[in-house]
Design a protein around this ligand. Structure first.
Ligand code: SF4
Ligand code: SF4
Length: 352
């Protein structure tokens, strides 16, 4: 493909402005931003080039640009920009647009990337879970009036396993197809990129997430490292613990429910849950206490953080209510917990 600029997509420019890049037209290409960005590679520095592409409505170039995903939203570039063009916010708006562009099916991107769809994003899990409850009991049934609390009374374990296995598979397919579309477009429209294969790129990304090596090189972003790592390991830990529980339920259904907090799976689940809740709370505090970071956080980031935090809080709430035998509280809180897990799977279905 020719590197020349193509016809401007004015609707794309409008959407970038609406998503937080309202000052992008102020850029006069001094390149200060690319110089101050500690993560900007020498061979293809950013975000100056992204700023001119944004000004000229070069949608194709920006949605296939791998460099916008290298940015860690420290906003050093916005701080030093002499024109107040806020390039960090523009990159954030580009990422938000790219997520919606590659979401498969496309309405999944709207569900998690557009605040106007938040009620729908939560209503879908509510309707599906109530429908599953209705089918399992031949009518809606929330909580038995008395007796030991077993969450399988709300939804049988077999139903939960089937429902969430289907959702997880759909999330994997949706996220995978979106990622492959992005990868294909990047190869088609950006000569020389990517320099490695998809598997290698995914492994490198996973290692970076697990260690935050590049993230720590940015002095401004460094204080956010521990909050991110707590979220990452909390999320990964809960994923593994949940996987083991599902396998247990299939192979040895009598070993569930676990009625003691000292069971190794409960200990692992609670430790990773604490990591998740502390990490999310810390990250939200960082965003709220630093107006620059908050300014460049998209709704997509907030959706993820809040849903993840709610998964953790409601998980602990349901466990607390069950062990304290608070029947009227335990089942509704468990229901809300399931709604947020469902919403998280919707989020995971959208790339990257
Ligand atoms: S965004 Fe600001 S710092 Fe970057 S090139 Fe434009 S004017 Fe210069
Ligand atoms: S926000 Fe930070 S990481 Fe992103 S381009 Fe600006 S300086 Fe670089």
């Amino acid at each position: 493909m020719s590197d020349s600029l193509t016809k401007p997509d004015l609707e794309f420019v409008r959407q970038l402005k609406a998503a937080g890049g309202e000052n992008l037209k102020k850029c006069f290409q001094c390149a200060t931003c690319s110089v101050v960005c500690k993560l900007s590679p020498d061979e293809r520095p950013y975000p100056r080039k992204e700023m001119i592409w944004a000004q000229w409505g070069q949608r194709e170039k920006l949605v296939t640009d791998p460099d916008v995903w290298l940015c860690h939203q420290c906003n050093d570039c916005s701080t030093y920009c002499p024109r107040g063009a806020r390039p960090g916010d523009v990159l954030s708006a580009v990422r938000s647009y790219a997520i919606q562009h590659y979401a498969t099916p496309s309405f999944m991107g709207k569900l998690v990337g557009d605040p106007g769809y938040v009620l729908l994003a939560l209503a879908i899990p509510v309707i599906v879970l109530l429908g599953a409850n209705y089918m399992a009991h031949g009518g809606l049934m929330f909580a038995p009036a008395h007796g030991e609390i077993h969450f399988s009374e709300f939804l049988p374990h077999a139903t939960v396993n089937v429902l969430f296995s289907i959702l997880f598979t759909l999330a994997l397919i949706g996220g995978g197809v979106g990622l492959l579309r992005f990868w294909k477009d990047m190869k088609k429209h950006r000569p020389g990129a990517p320099k490695v294969g998809l598997i290698k790129a995914m492994v490198d990304t996973f290692v970076e997430l697990a260690l935050h090596g590049k993230f720590r090189t940015c002095g401004t972003a460094k204080p956010r490292t521990w909050a991110h790592l707590l979220i990452f390991y909390g999320f990964a830990g809960l994923f593994v613990v949940t996987g083991i529980v599902v396998i247990m339920l299939i192979l040895a259904p009598d070993s569930y429910p676990i009625n003691t907090l000292t069971h190794p799976l409960k200990i692992a689940g609670n430790l990773t849950g604490i990591s998740l809740v502390v990490g999310c709370t810390w990250a939200i505090y960082n965003r709220l206490s630093d107006p620059d970071a908050a300014g460049s956080s998209t709704y997509y980031d907030w959706f993820f953080l809040v849903v993840l935090l709610m998964v953790g809080i409601t998980g602990f709430g349901a466990q607390f209510a069950r062990f304290r035998e608070m029947t009227t509280l335990a089942y509704p809180v468990y229901f809300v917990h399931m709604v947020f897990i469902f919403a998280l799977l919707i989020y995971l279905a959208s790339p990257p």
